[in-house]
Write a protein that binds this ligand. Sequence first.
Ligand SMILES: Nc1ncnc2c1ncn2[C@@H]1O[C@H](COP(=O)(O)OP(=O)(O)OP(=O)(O)O)[C@@H](O)[C@H]1O
Length: 286
Amino acid sequence: MNRSAPAIEARDVRVTAHGHTILDGVNLSLQRGETAVLLGPNGCGKTTLARVLMGYQPVRSGTLHVLDKTIGATNLHELRQHVRLVSSTTALGGQSGTLNGLETRMRPLAAVLTGIDGSLMLTRNLPSQDEDRAMHLLRVVGLGHRETSAIGTLSTGEQRRLLLARAMIRPPELLLLDEAAAGLDVAGREQMLLTLRLLMAAGDRPTVLMITHHVEEMPPDTDRVFLMNSGRILRSGTPAQVMTPELLTETFGCRVYVRKASGRYTLEVLPEAWLDLLPETDRIGL
Ligand SMILES: Nc1ncnc2c1ncn2[C@@H]1O[C@H](COP(=O)(O)OP(=O)(O)OP(=O)(O)O)[C@@H](O)[C@H]1O
């Protein structure tokens, strides 16, 4: 693999499903080693982009390179050894009773070990060093004490941290986090972000693309932000370049102020934005 090539290079990527255009000419370039955030409103195509990057959904036109391999013309099984996706979708692929496809009766240690082959079940005996590393990671993500619990009994926050440990058992070159903090309360979100930082600090740091619609989830060390809207990348740049009220108002289609404190961003919705969202005939009394 050419390590100087970008981790992701998308040129005019179009994706359609059932006659609908979902990605409408996505252009995106993410350099290796960067931590990037893809921000955009519900339904703008973020999850579709993550699925396309994993090769789960086909590209209709344009070119997409992931770790210097061309999606649509590469061995996906081989590529997925180097790319991991952690998703907030409990049952990926629609199976009930699964956690990102993992059987919910599985124990945490086994679940983390499946990350070695990126499989859904443990299909071979693994050396004791792998078990030691899996145990270590479980402790790092705060689950050392839940060794004997079925993963389906873990709380949402614990499950998300378990999936992070699974993704990092063989540190990938590219880590995709799709709404990884969705459904978590404020402490759960912070614990998840802290866990991510701890895992990153441990060396073998992957390129990270964090997908979210909450600016509060942006880590303070974010190198690049991609603003997405209606199936396209509206703007990309450093947080200082793109985290402006004008660009975020355009991205989310709602008038906002941007605040920054301790390296973290929050959005404040202006009261007039509520009126903007209502048809004039429904504004009586407001
Ligand atoms: N298989 C499909 N067939 C038709 N439309 C689809 C299909 N998959 C996704 N869409 C539509 O494409 C759009 C983008 O969906 P996607 O899930 O990628 O958005 P998103 O930005 O991840 O949204 P959210 O933040 O709500 O998860 C949505 O309008 C969705 O309804």
